[in-house]
Write a protein that binds this ligand. Sequence first.
Ligand SMILES: Nc1ncnc2c1ncn2[C@@H]1O[C@H](COP(=O)(O)OP(=O)(O)OP(=O)(O)O)[C@@H](O)[C@H]1O
Ligand SMILES: [Mg+2]
Length: 203
Amino acid sequence: MSNDLTWHHHKITAAQRAAQKYQLPAVLWYTGLSGSGKSTIANAVDEKLFKMGCHSFLLDGDNVRHGLNGDLGFSDADRVENIRRVIEVALLMSDAGLLVQTAFISPFAEDRTLAKSRLGERMIEIYVDTSLSVCEARDPKGLYRKVREGTIKNFTGVDSHYDVPSNPDITVNAVSMCADECADKIISFLTEKGRIGTSSVGE
Ligand SMILES: Nc1ncnc2c1ncn2[C@@H]1O[C@H](COP(=O)(O)OP(=O)(O)OP(=O)(O)O)[C@@H](O)[C@H]1O
Ligand SMILES: [Mg+2]
């Protein structure tokens, strides 16, 4: 980074922008195996927030790879860069006062630690706890079938590691609870913690 760059502080803070929408800036960071239900649950949360009049936005793995991260592949270096960019975009969007949701497998604890170091108290880590066998049976994108056929390598949970979060803010068991119940649990958390329905600017 150039030494000639200077951070320009703006007059309106993230908390003020969010307060205008009766919410606090937040990044709901979902993590879980492929097929665990991250996109499905985040969509349900998005819909509920929208109906409540909150202002949210969902950054979803495959969608982001179509555009912003279209130049990245699945090498270790590209996976790290993929997450780094998502963290920075989530940070900017939460600076704009939004409730941001990110739905990426984000399998490595160090990815989530990096996110935490950038997002701080704004980050709410959500572990979508679905066993590999259930994910494989669901196989919504047909990816596990391709893994078993040997056409996809380095797949999380099969031949690439997944670090189970050690201390997530919320765990949703997407086997015993349907997607709507998982979404309700997340909305309840946001309400109880005063992250929505508030005009406080005390971030
Ligand atoms: N309780 C549940 N919560 C979420 N999804 C569920 C649940 N029960 C069944 N499903 C189904 O499981 C599938 C989950 O797929 P989804 O695309 O949401 O997973 P994902 O975690 O986003 O995967 P990927 O990392 O590959 O994007 C969907 O087909 C969904 O309908
Ligand atoms: Mg998804």
